[in-house]
Design a protein around this ligand. Structure first.
Ligand SMILES: [Cu+2]
Length: 168
């Protein structure tokens, strides 16, 4: 038990340092490129049966669409195109409170490519791991009205790489 807590704390510290260095790296980048900053996050509305394409590009830990609006009970297909230079996925979780536990559990979920199956009850949809240049698909049934985060569970990404599905 003691060892488990120690491993957990160490994971948290590593993650915090990693995130901190990423945030610093990003702000340095913005300073240097000036007007060539990334396009602002986009919001989209999907209807029943739609296919929605979400992309990641370059070295950014982000999705190009960070707000999805949909009607409860409808279905849409997510096409996730990873045009960046590192692996990513898209994992939908039940609530804001599920982001950290799922993201941290994913660190040890190597055998399922960072989908923490021990947290299955906290997630309602996930893509396969998309390596650079790959496109993966996921059909989502929109849950009851509310806000549902989606995150990348590749190690170190979940604190930054997020979006929200708004069910109405
Ligand atoms: Cu990622």
């Amino acid at each position: 038990m003691k060892q488990k807590i120690w491993v957990y704390s160490l994971s948290l510290i590593t993650l915090t340092l990693f995130t901190w260095s990423m945030v610093r790296g990003e702000s340095d980048l913005h300073r240097h490129v000036g007007s060539e900053e990334l396009a602002p996050p986009k919001s989209v509305t999907v209807a029943d049966g739609d296919t929605l394409t979400i992309r990641s590009v370059g070295a950014d830990l982000s999705y190009d669409i960070t707000e999805i609006n949909a009607k409860a009970g409808t279905q849409f297909t997510l096409e996730y195109a990873n045009e960046s230079n590192m692996p990513h996925n898209v994992v939908f979780v039940n609530s804001e409170a599920d982001i950290n536990p799922v993201g941290i559990a994913a660190l040890q979920a190597l055998e399922t490519e960072y989908i923490p199956m021990n947290m299955e009850e906290s997630m309602f949809g996930w893509t396969e791991l998309a390596r650079p240049g790959e496109t993966v698909y996921l059909t989502i049934t929109v849950p009851e009205p509310g806000t549902y985060p989606y995150i990348c569970t590749y190690p170190g990404h979940f604190t930054m790489m997020q979006g929200r599905l708004h069910s109405k």
